[in-house]
Design a protein. Structure first.
Length: 436
């Protein structure tokens, strides 16, 4: 098998380029690096040129291009993605996006029961976090179709998300029992990434936990992971490659722009984003995706078992979905006088697009059918975005539940909000936002 693959990684202040070559036997990887966040754009292509020249290759000899897609700094991610797209478009090559957190996990000598928690510095006392576990027996397997060996891969326990640095360990300890139940064996946390050094306070309660050496993603590991993806056929056309942003949705694929996202004026007649998603009843087959989304947006999320119990109890539950993409969900508990909105979540990249309003409207319909006169929910006083969202939909505070929510340092009160159930066709105030 022959493969020449060029990889770029610029999600941190380190800029790196790697060239993976394989003709016979195991692949060989050469890498060049440069430290300096403001110099990625000017350094990337010259380093790639130097690597190709040292290997006696030209750009025409390449079979694929890869890049670390983040999450990370906006400017850095755009540089790696843009260069990868440019090279691939010019040479008619496939692109392999690799999640930068996975590149950190790949460099960790983790065992089969290690939940590798990768925390990378996101600045502003925040962290980009993801959690992985090795999928398989920790060995390479023979791929008869490619006459090669392929690492069996990783399983994602938590997709990359943004979280306050102080909440990382409380969140992880809360989630760990659920991951253990899901996999049917006890797991232990293995801490990785540079955030532990960037925010020493994060490590104040790491007693009994193992920490890998500080790690940041590098192009050499991106190249090795990209090779595995290339062998599996997991590539994308250059025009579909996009950085992975989790702080805000600022990058859009061509398909998303055609739906009206990203400010494309030619798509002004397209359906609003929220209308592109189907609302349907939640089923048990949705619970993996639902649990993952809940963990993405909540510091102390519902577990899979909580959702299972809700479905078994017959509580109305809804998902907003388009194809395989889950935009949001909600669960409501009807009662004789009020319907209680137990949990609602919207994917961070789709918040402020009306998905949350549609879910609340769905809950309103369930309350109507149950004969309830009001819709009730709780919200953290500290969650100003959610409070604003609910207020715009007509919810008003009617009480306080003391010490209702867990926090990093103890407990937080809950504000009890209520609005009257509305007849069909009666709308609330303007646009939905926050959690929505």
């Amino acid at each position: 098998m022959k493969l020449n693959l060029l990889a770029f990684e610029t999600s941190s202040s380190r800029c790196s380029v790697a060239l993976l070559r394989q003709a016979d036997g195991l692949p060989e990887v050469a890498q060049l690096e440069h430290e300096g966040a403001q110099e990625h754009a000017e350094r990337l292509l010259p380093m790639a040129t130097d690597l190709l020249a040292a290997a006696g290759l030209t750009p025409a000899d390449l079979d694929a291009v890869a890049f670390g897609q983040g999450p990370g700094g906006f400017t850095g991610l755009r540089v790696a993605c843009g260069v990868a797209q440019g090279v691939a478009l010019g040479l008619d090559l496939p692109v392999v996006p690799v999640v930068s957190h996975l590149a950190v996990a790949e460099d960790i000598p983790a065992g089969p029961d290690d939940a590798v928690l990768v925390a990378l510095d996101a600045r502003m006392e925040e962290v980009y976090l993801a959690v992985y576990i090795r999928d398989g027996d920790g060995a390479y397997v023979q791929d008869s179709t490619q006459d090669s060996t392929i690492w069996k891969g990783w399983r994602t326990l938590q997709a990359p998300m943004l979280i306050a640095a102080a909440e990382v360990l409380p969140w992880a300890r809360h989630a760990l029992p659920g991951w253990s139940r899901e996999l049917g064996r006890p797991l232990s946390l293995l801490l990785a990434g540079d955030a532990w050094q960037a925010y020493p306070g994060m490590g104040a309660s790491t007693s009994g936990l193992r920490q890998a050496p500080m790690g940041r993603p590098c192009a050499a590991t991106v190249a090795r992971l990209a090779r595995q993806a290339w062998l599996r056929g997991d590539t994308v056309p250059p025009e579909e490659a996009a950085p992975l942003y989790v702080r805000d949705k600022v990058a859009f694929t061509t398909a998303e722009r055609e739906q009206g996202q990203g400010g494309n004026p030619r798509a002004s007649s397209a359906l609003p984003v929220a209308q592109a998603y189907e609302l349907r009843d939640m089923t048990e087959s949705d619970l993996d995706a639902v649990t993952a989304l809940e963990a993405q947006v909540q510091a102390f999320p519902w577990t899979r078992g909580n959702f299972v119990d809700a479905l078994k109890s017959g509580y109305p539950a809804c998902v907003a979905q388009r194809g395989a993409a889950l935009a949001g969900f909600c669960v409501v508990m009807p009662a004789p006088d009020v319907a209680h909105l137990l949990v609602i979540a919207v994917d961070r990249s789709l918040q402020r697009h009306g998905v949350g309003r549609r879910l609340v409207d769905w809950c309103n319909e369930q309350a109507l059918q149950a004969g309830a006169e009001g819709l009730l929910l709780e919200v953290r006083p500290s969650n100003e975005n959610a409070r604003g969202f609910y207020e715009r939909l007509g919810f008003r505070q009617i009480g306080v539940r003391k010490g209702y929510y867990p926090t990093v340092g103890g407990r937080e009160d809950a504000l009890v909000l209520k609005r009257d159930v509305r007849a069909p066709g009666r709308r609330g105030s303007a646009s939905a936002s926050e959690g929505a």
